[in-house]
Design a protein around this ligand. Structure first.
Ligand SMILES: N[C@@H](CCC[C@H](N)C(=O)O)C(=O)O
Length: 274
């Protein structure tokens, strides 16, 4: 099994090349966990299986609109609908292999639908992340390290709860899974962003990701945080969102979509010893 490692603002991934869907057709949770294990495996926040849409056998709706499907898995082996940092790394990987052109826009199919990716002249990538689903129906409370905050639920194709805190130390070590109320608000789990303001149109966050734990960045989470900040602040063109692993720019488009701009890096390649 050959793999490539990459990251976007230090949210890191193992990429598995499977264009025809024949290399890893039954990629199971145990294999994903083994690859992502930081002591016994490659070590990563998740796995990106790189598959052509016409190799998908489950009636995927995007086969006419995108050539490539990002089969995303969290480090615990669960599937995720979307991964904002992952989709930049995925597109950068395809471009490095010459499978897509860096000119124009490349639509990437995900479980949350199509995400068009654009290559910027400075090497960064911009993704149309769709329209943030905001706010959710419930009054949400999140609790971490014995402290609680009210939170706003945001649907970025995957579920988020955004809580504004006084300092980024307030949620504590984030080793334990933060909890939320009501439990019914997120029946299949949630990514939780703890956010502080840094200045006008500028926030910073820490994130506890569903299926992973605390990570160094979350692209969908950055979009969710910017959407909640902007809904409180009033119309804005763009927000800078600082994460422990770098910085992302979230731009608000007139059609209600948000675009996320940030880096993508490939770092290592290797082979699993049978
Ligand atoms: N790090 C990602 C989000 C990955 C998926 C998430 N853990 C989930 O289960 O929804 C990002 O950059 O968006």
């Amino acid at each position: 099994m050959n793999w490539v490692k990459g990251h976007g603002t230090e949210n890191d991934f193992v990429l598995l090349h499977d264009p025809d869907g024949t290399e890893f057709p039954d990629l199971d949770a145990a294999t994903v966990r083994a690859l992502c294990d930081r002591r016994r495996g490659v070590g990563a926040d998740g796995v990106l299986r790189v598959v052509r849409t016409d190799a998908l056998t489950d009636g995927a709706p995007w086969v006419d609109e995108a050539d490539w499907f990002m089969d995303f898995r969290n480090a615990d082996g669960s599937t995720g609908e979307m991964c904002g940092n992952g989709v930049r790394v995925f597109a950068h990987y395809l471009a490095e292999l010459g499978l897509v052109s860096r000119t124009g826009t490349v639509p990437i199919a995900t479980r949350a639908g199509l995400r068009p990716v654009r290559f910027e002249a400075d090497g960064q990538l911009t993704v149309d992340m769709g329209v943030p689903g905001l706010p959710g129906p419930d009054d949400i409370k999140v609790t971490a390290s014995g402290r609680s905050w009210s939170a706003v639920s945001v649907d970025m194709g995957n579920p988020h709860a955004v809580a504004f805190v006084d300092t980024l130390d307030d949620p504590g070590a984030l080793v334990e899974q933060p909890t939320w109320e009501p439990p019914s608000a997120f029946p299949v789990g949630v990514n939780i962003e703890f956010v502080v303001r840094r200045g006008p149109q500028h926030v910073a966050l820490r994130v506890h990701e569903r299926g992973v734990g605390e990570t160094r960045s979350c692209g969908t989470g950055a979009c969710a945080a910017a959407a909640v900040a902007a809904s409180a602040d009033g119309p804005a063109e763009a927000y800078q969102v600082d994460v422990p692993g770098g910085s992302l720019t979230i731009t608000f488009l007139p059609n209600g979509h948000v675009e996320m701009t940030g880096p993508a890096v490939l770092t290592l390649r290797g082979e699993v010893v049978p």
